[in-house]
Write a protein that binds this ligand. Sequence first.
Ligand SMILES: *Cc1c(COP(=O)(O)O)cnc(C)c1O
Length: 364
Amino acid sequence: MTTARRDATTPRLEIRLDRIRHNARTLVRRLGSRGISVTGVTKATLGSPEIARAMLAAGVVGLGESRVENIEAMRRSGIDSPMTLLRSPMMSQVDRVVASADVSLNSEPEVLAALSASAVEQDRTHGVVLMVELGDLREGILPADLEYVARAVLALPGLVLRGIGTNLACQSGVSPDPRNMAELSCLARTMETALGVHFDLVSGGNSANLDWVFASDDVGRVDNLRLGESILLGCEPLRRRPIDDLHTDAITLVAEVIESKAKPSQSWGEINQTAFGLQAAATDRGTTNRVILALGRQDVDPAGLVVPPGIEILGASSDHIVLDAGQTHVAVGSEMSFQLDYSGLLRAMTSPFVARRFSDPAPT
Ligand SMILES: *Cc1c(COP(=O)(O)O)cnc(C)c1O
């Protein structure tokens, strides 16, 4: 805990660009030795140009973003690296997708036809990666339909079929494993033979694929991963364990204490719903040091805050988070720092109330 400075805005994210660069560089190197390139995913950062540049400086081959608005903002800030739209393009946005992204991940023939028409109209070419459904049941073409869709893409003017990809562990938590990854490689080889083409991208997945990569002797045809969480938070998402030699504190959230009082641990009066539903009755711990932060659900997912030992979150509403500080006395006006999980990071990065302070103690 530190005393708040009058010139520092809270809540704020403190973002160590040198640590993000280190994480990205370490992963680029480790995966590079397995023949896998890294696409740096910026979607949890609202397309932050500073973070995008840190990833690019570390050797990622391009950037991945789920929203065209963020891609456009990065283009406006002067980033001209290859950009991939990760979420299947909305029909209503195909013109913007073709204008700003080099590649998009796709699964719908109607969208591909619309991208083609737009590319022809804009006199551009647009790269296509076809996403294959391998069991997680989010986006993807069923393997049996892949050849038909791939042939359609080859016949559409303005589109270039760059390869295939898959995404696991997002919707159902299905882990990348030797079986589903071998299926992706097998589909890539079968398609290349059937269509007489060479895929320059077989994009195996996201940060959840790292365990599989490091445990396998043979990554098959997989030659690209799209990594966000592992670069930003330094952990793998399947069990949320830290990855060796990566920083897990590249990004911290700082909030300010607006009330700090010893109060009884149990509320009194007739109990009905709170602003966010029922609250379980607190156990009686006598009088405790209760701390209120000027931080709420509009700023962060309270469940996504990693709280320091000895401190417990008692509750959260739109604008307040109430902590039990145990035996620690916390002064009003002081600042508290928290590490974040993915959900906490995403909400804080996309909240208009949370400032960002970038630092780069070791620019390279
Ligand atoms: C979000 C996303 C990624 C990156 O996932 P991380 O777990 O942050 O590495 C990769 N691919 C797709 C399609 C995504 O939506």
